[in-house]
Design a protein around this ligand. Structure first.
Ligand SMILES: Cc1cc2nc3c(=O)[nH]c(=O)nc-3n(C[C@H](O)[C@H](O)[C@H](O)COP(=O)(O)OP(=O)(O)OC[C@H]3O[C@@H](n4cnc5c(N)ncnc54)[C@H](O)[C@@H]3O)c2cc1C
Length: 377
């Protein structure tokens, strides 16, 4: 594999670096670098800055705002964005529903939704999981029944991330209960201000509010809010979930956090402990290996369809992300449980990141996918 960047790609990297470090507000980037919580306004402002420059959705088809970049350039874009502590564009919008609408949506849906999805004028939520339908997603029970031109939706979704900010929710609903479970599912777009939609917060152990339940009671959804064909939802969901997994291997930000842990350990003297230094070196090597794997995966994804190895990226990316958060807790030592500086934030971050091996498809399930579809076991 050619590992040297060409002059053109080096120039591209410099352009990206300059943009991310000068055009996205410094106070937002400081919050990301220090692991502080971002507000909705921060996330919207950052994505708008990217979108105004054409950098929010480079992987979309060009006619909908994408860039005619090589896979390597997209990778550099992503790496530089994370290295500069720029919040990534909202994945629900840019990695999930946007590509789905571009691929499966009617012309009317594309016309109506793609531009505000890229600019984050519409904030999307993901309404897939239900109680008893997480890993076994095809067991979902939320029903949509045709009544005239409308669909009438009843049921409950759960773990809806940032649903309290959601304007619209893309959902999987059961439209035929009498066939094999995968064959009776459709995708509907639901305006979250419609009567009968209720968002209920799930309170987390640290008092935070990141996830929600969303309840639908006789919600009337216009028939043209169906994505693709009736009962084609499972195919669309698989397309979307493959993209979701590519997006959840945060190599750039994990590298940044590892460099930070190393710097802080140097300052505190911990880096001279051979055991700690060996952990740092091992994680650096594993991250490099993951980075190269990510490059191979993007280089091999045909016509925007996700490569099955996206499961490897999801699995390894989240394992390394968690391991680096543990290094930071160790550097913080006693400060990790008191005060209000970076040290005190290291423990909540460590605990919060336990979620990363569950969402986007649990890591146990990713191992099953890798065993079956890649290793042929
Ligand atoms: C923080 C967070 C945010 C989320 N955000 C969203 C969101 O915005 N929208 C949305 O739709 N969903 C969201 N989810 C849901 C997420 O996708 C599911 O939690 C996930 O798919 C796992 O499903 P489950 O929680 O029902 O666990 P289960 O599927 O019940 O799994 C329980 C345990 O059994 C294991 N297991 C299950 N099946 C197998 C198998 N076949 N082989 C081996 N082990 C298995 C699992 O790995 C896990 O350890 C979120 C979840 C979290 C934690």
């Amino acid at each position: 594999m050619q590992l040297q960047l060409s002059d053109e790609d080096r120039e591209f990297r410099a352009t990206m670096r300059e943009f991310f470090t000068t055009k996205v507000p410094q106070e937002i980037r400081d919050k990301v670098a220090e692991g502080r919580e971002l507000s909705k306004e921060d996330i919207v402002a950052s994505q708008k800055a990217l979108n105004d420059a054409g950098y929010a959705v480079p992987h979309w088809p060009v006619q909908y705002g994408g860039q005619d970049w090589t896979q390597l350039q997209r990778h550099i874009w992503n790496e530089e964005m994370q290295a500069a502590s720029v919040p990534p564009p909202l994945a629900f919008n840019t990695s999930m529903i946007g590509p789905v609408l571009a691929q499966f949506g009617s012309d009317e849906l594309k016309e109506r939704f793609l531009a505000p999805t890229a600019s984050l004028d519409i904030w999307w939520s993901q309404g897939f999981s239900e109680p008893d339908a997480g890993s076994d997603l095809a067991s979902l029970r939320t029903r949509a029944v045709k009544d005239g031109d409308d669909w009438v939706v009843n049921g409950q979704k759960t773990w809806t991330t940032l649903g309290q900010y959601g304007d619209w929710i893309f959902t999987l609903v059961r439209t035929d209960p009498d066939v094999k479970k995968q064959a009776g599912i459709s995708m509907l777009l639901i305006d979250m201000t419609l009567p009968g939609v209720e968002v209920r917060p799930i309170e987390l152990i640290d008092g935070g509010h990141e996830v929600n339940e969303v309840w639908f009671t006789d919600v009337r959804v216009p028939g043209d809010m169906l994505v693709g064909e009736v009962n084609q939802g499972w195919t669309i969901a698989k397309f979307l979930l493959g993209n979701e997994r590519v997006g959840v291997a945060p190599v750039g930000s994990t590298k940044r956090n590892l460099a930070r842990a190393k710097r802080l350990a140097q300052e505190s003297g911990l880096l001279s402990d051979p055991l700690y230094a060996a952990r740092v070196a091992e994680l650096e090597n594993e991250l490099l290996a993951l980075e190269l794997t990510a490059l191979r995966v993007v280089a091999n994804s045909a016509e925007g369809a996700p490569h099955p190895a996206s499961s490897v990226l999801k699995l390894k990316g989240t394992v390394l992300q968690q391991a680096v958060s543990e290094l930071l807790v160790d550097v913080a030592g006693p400060q990790s449980v008191g005060g209000d500086g970076w040290g005190a934030r290291s423990t909540p971050t460590y605990l919060n990141l336990r979620k990363a091996s569950i969402y986007g498809g649990s890591n146990e399930v990713q191992r099953q996918i890798i065993a079956k579809t890649i290793l042929g076991l």
